[in-house]
Design a protein around this ligand. Structure first.
Ligand code: NAD
Length: 312
């Protein structure tokens, strides 16, 4: 595990609880000390951890923010270039570019657990963070069936359900359901911050609508800025809806269109079915396209899919 913050630290605990052998690197000595005090195998020596990974053919998980990736990947490329590699980053296209740049694409399968809190660091982590969460595992054209199977197994061991998706489709969806909510939460919090009495009256709507604004600003910037190409059209769409609602409110004293469209979409979301993907065999011809189509339709993997090899 490279990075023992909220996500890497939770993953380390969850993998351990699932009976896996897990060891990790963290940049700060304090993080290493905290992980060790909880009984985990952690070091501040990046190359030591990577050498050990190379010796044991460990699955390496990148659990650092996007700006730290190029430097981390340089070390992986120098010390453990043949290990299977995955990540947990909230953007997938930008990571894919960095991994390709480092020459590590062949053994890389991107991942993104859709779980988190507004807190950071080892102390914020918990083994149960991924229970029942969706965990995106990328099915881009290059992905290797054996590495894909390993990443799927890790996500399932942590109690998550796997959503197969292409990196570009993940980024468009993540812009809508994660990065846009971050910007809207910041705008909402900043707006209320200007209004006398607002904080004194704030209750559920404000708390829920601004929850993610409590996230460390660096992390929010890292994901929104790294996904700018997908975020901009989504932001334009949301601004368009708000501008239209503003016009209708001014001219007709009504916000009916926006409220009805939003309510209908929310009800559709609540009824959204998540059928289990059971028929795909990893490694068989067309498996990546089949998985991407199933994921797009709402399908999830709840227990490990067979592989071509396991089928003989
Ligand atoms: P965190 O701040 O809790 O942990 C970040 C970790 O990265 C720490 O161990 C820190 O020491 C390390 N790090 C930062 N810069 C580094 C550098 N330059 N060199 C080496 N190590 C460095 O953050 P987190 O929430 O665990 O985020 C980690 C990743 O998980 C990010 O890529 C984020 O996009 C992704 N993610 C976060 C959430 C969430 O809700 N926070 C959810 C899903 C995925």
């Amino acid at each position: 595990m490279l990075g023992l913050g909220l996500i890497g630290g939770s993953l380390m605990r969850a993998a351990h609880q699932a009976g896996r052998q897990v060891f990790g690197y963290n940049r700060s000595i304090e993080g290493v000390a905290a992980a060790r005090a909880d009984g985990f195998d952690a070091t501040a020596g990046l190359d030591d951890a990577l050498r050990r990974a190379a010796q044991t053919d460990a699955l390496i998980v990148l659990a650092v923010p996007v700006p730290a990736l190029p430097q981390m990947l340089r070390h992986v490329s120098a010390v453990a270039p043949h290990c299977p590699l995955t990540d947990v980053t909230s953007v997938k296209g930008a990571v894919l570019d960095e991994v390709a740049e480092a020459g590590l694409l062949e053994r890389f399968v991107g991942g993104h657990p859709m779980a988190g809190t507004a807190h950071s660091g080892w102390a914020a982590g918990e083994a149960g963070l991924f229970h029942h969460a969706a965990w995106v595992v990328s099915v881009d054209d290059h992905v290797d069936p054996a590495v894909w199977t390993e990443v799927m197994a890790l996500a399932l061991d942590c109690g998550a359900v796997v959503v197969p998706a292409r990196s570009d489709e993940h980024d468009a969806a993540a812009a809508t359901i994660s990065h846009l909510p971050h910007l809207l939460a910041e705008a909402l919090a900043a707006t209320a911050g200007e209004v006398p009495l607002a904080f004194a009256l704030a209750a559920g709507s404000f708390r829920d609508g601004t929850r993610v604004a409590a996230t460390a600003p660096d992390l929010v910037r890292a994901m929104c800025e790294a996904n700018a190409a997908q975020l901009l059209p989504v932001l334009d769409h949301a601004l368009g809806l708000l501008t239209e609602a503003r016009t209708h409110l001014t001219e007709h004293q009504s916000v009916a269109d926006l409220v009805e469209a939003g309510h209908a979409a929310r009800i559709r979301y609540e009824r959204f079915a998540r059928p289990e993907i059971v028929t795909v065999v990893i490694g068989e011809e067309g498996w990546r396209d089949e998985l991407a189509a199933a994921g797009r339709a709402g399908g999830v993997i709840r227990s490990a899919l067979p592989t071509r090899d396991s089928r003989g």
